[in-house]
Ligand binder design. Sequence first.
Ligand SMILES: [Ca+2]
Length: 388
Amino acid sequence: MRLRNMIGLVFMGAFLWSCSGDDLVKNLLPAEGSIGLANAFPQLSFDAPLDLQSPEDGTNRIFVAEQGGTVRVFPNDPQATTWTTFLDISQRTNTSSGELGLLGLAFHPEYASNGLFYVYYTPSPQEAQLSRFRVSASDPAQADTGSEQVLLRIAQPYTNHNGGQLVFGQDGYLYIASGDGGSGGDPQGNAQDLGSLLGKVLRIDVDARENGLEYGIPSDNPFRTTVGARPEIFAYGLRNPWRMSFDPETGKLWAGDVGQGAIEEIDIIESGGNYGWNRYEGTRCFDSGNCDTGGLIPPVFEYDHDAGDKSITGGFVYRGNEVPSLRGYYVYGDFISGRIWALSTQANAPENTLIVASGLNIASFGTDLQDELYLCGFDGAIYRFVAK
Ligand SMILES: [Ca+2]
């Protein structure tokens, strides 16, 4: 187990191995029973897949980013027999600790015409980096590894909590999740520090450049004119947002924020929002010297560790067609327990339903161009959701 702690690895190891290798329906909760997982691409396997993306370029391909620094590409077809390597920056990627590596991939909204894409990775244990690459001029299945342009470097004082999600909004801006810099308890107080890029959701304009930066600052970024604040900050008070996504229907930005030792939380990220860390872990006061909730946005949902769920992996609001009963629900999981839930926030009180006890280490979720939902398993398989 590379993403959170070795205890999880030892604990889950036996169960994980017992589940890997079978190729179709995963174990279901009999009480729920209506939704399962199936291997989406049974002939393909991956090494620590952490991100799944599909650009709107008319080719209906799936791109899977692996932690070690590679991106594989293949047709969005369950019969796909092989992937090819789209990008290999493994020699530039440091994976000397479990939360380091190639952590995020996003294609420019105009990828079909400009061939640009973005990756977030750790070139060293003390740094995370956002880089732009371009596809090969002659081969749509190959990136030009010589095209790298570094846009942003973020110093990381500790090896853990590096964030890494990249996602373009409907506004065309790139949203970047950064962790709080690591260790435990955010000892440097980065998440509440508007002078730090750590513990934030950042938002930049990749189509502009200003003030010596390789990107622009959107004119309505909330702290653009705040003295002492980094203008890239969109929201703050986050610990380690491990996966965030936009609901394509509502435009809301959903994030799963991994907790310290007690509470995992789901946030809807708004401009200028303070999500509490490290004053609060979920709705529980963490920094006992300051339990003031003033100005803090509480999670839309949280869960504790008592049932063995210990590290949230944020998912997506499902807008696909294969599993009609999931439509409109936020589907997310827990990396340690492998449990997957569907959350509704339509009612006055959130409704959270366990839908699959997968037994998998859930590294990430992703969607294709039809908004069908996939799960990146740390066992090396990509799973899809199926109605039973
Ligand atoms: Ca929070």
